[in-house]
Design a protein around this ligand. Structure first.
Ligand SMILES: Cc1cc2nc3c(=O)[nH]c(=O)nc-3n(C[C@H](O)[C@H](O)[C@H](O)COP(=O)(O)O)c2cc1C
Length: 328
């Protein structure tokens, strides 16, 4: 039996498998099932800026009546709703930390500088071991350039970093223009890790019923190649712990990510599809592979990976098909 323990963001993990932010990690009961099956860490369901705003609007509709011109009352209501959303999460962190042997990474989905830093500090106080920032806004504005978006993201990170001591990671969009440069900038700002990559809600059109619908929610087993490419390219270049995410559905895919230099693996879709005990299959699959290769621990695995990966990662940097292979 190999020793699967590893470190991610400076945290000791009993194995490299983290359950990513999702409905799986939204409740105490859900996390209990993951803990029972050996999850080393969970990233809690994100606290969403829009969610708070929506709740605020809903509450306004239901409660205002004669108060609708009273700015102090509006202010109070805003504060109250934020406090409620936050207190649900801080309570969850406290209970999970008290009852289970796993690390808890809180997650904030932030779109603007706003007041997120205050939430971050509260999550830290509640006992979160780390904080994952899910920073993304669809660049659909005709007025906002890539440079302005990048600048805004950096301001968010700077602000959060000033207010927390726990390690901070950023969950990156696969559509980032300058992945390597951005990773380096984040490292310079004090970020400890990068999650490669986020997966977004994908709307679709239902032609039968003439309406826009939610598209496919889960990733596919072959979605892993883009994160694998970037883990391979970034691991030797940046001082960040990389968590591979998106399309890790089998133990073999997890092994590829670790060989390429990932510090940890985040899984969501495969656990939704196969149930929480699939985490045990992933751990056993990794263990079996390490045994087969005679690797006793993750340090040995990493050294094995470094020896296997080409020094000049030209295959991972090649993007165009110069020629088709074979007769296709
Ligand atoms: C139902 C569902 C809910 C999700 N909710 C969040 C969320 O709140 N915050 C977040 O950062 N990612 C969220 N994600 C994205 C996942 O954390 C993960 O990045 C994505 O599913 C890719 O990993 P996978 O291939 O293992 O599924 C969600 C994914 C799913 C399927």
């Amino acid at each position: 039996m190999a020793n699967l323990s590893t470190t991610y963001l400076g945290l000791e993990l009993k194995n490299p498998f983290i359950v990513g932010s999702s409905g799986l990690t939204a409740t105490y009961e859900g996390i209990a099932r993951l803990a029972k099956n050996g999850a080393a860490a969970v990233v809690l369901k994100s606290i969403f800026e829009e969610e708070i705003q929506m709740e605020f609007r809903e509450a306004l509709k239901n409660q205002l009546g004669p108060q609708d011109n009273n700015l102090d009352f509006l202010d109070y209501l805003d504060y109250q709703i934020k406090a409620d959303v936050l207190s649900k999460t801080t309570e969850l962190i406290r209970r999970v930390k008290a009852d289970f042997d796993l690390k808890v990474i809180a997650s904030i989905h932030c779109r603007s500088v706003g007041e997120w830093f205050a939430y971050a500090a509260k999550l830290q106080e509640a006992g979160a071991d780390a904080l994952e920032l899910n920073i993304y806004r669809l660049p659909s504005s005709l007025e906002v350039s890539a440079a302005e978006i990048a600048e805004g993201n950096e301001r968010i990170i700077e602000k959060v970093m000033k207010h927390v001591r726990i390690p901070v990671s950023v969950k990156m969009s696969a559509y980032t223009t300058d992945v390597a440069y951005t990773a380096q900038r984040y490292a310079q700002l004090g970020v400890k890790g990068l999650v490669l990559f986020n997966r977004f809600y994908q709307p679709d059109i239902d032609l039968e019923n003439n309406r826009v619908v939610g598209g496919q929610v889960y990733s596919n087993p072959n979605d892993y190649t883009w994160p694998l490419r970037w883990v391979s390219i970034l691991a030797p270049k940046v001082a960040l712990d990389l968590a591979a995410s998106n399309g890790v559905h089998t133990a073999d895919t997890a092994v590829k990510m670790l060989v390429a230099g990932a510090a940890a693996i985040q899984v969501v879709s495969s656990v939704y599809k196969n149930g929480p005990d699939y985490l045990l299959d992933l751990q056993h699959g990794l263990d079996r592979w390490m045994d087969k290769k005679g690797l006793q621990d993750m340090v040995a695995l990493r050294a094995y990976g470094r020896a296997m990966m080409p020094e000049n990662p030209e295959l991972f940097e090649r993007v165009q098909f110069m020629k088709y292979f074979g007769e296709v």
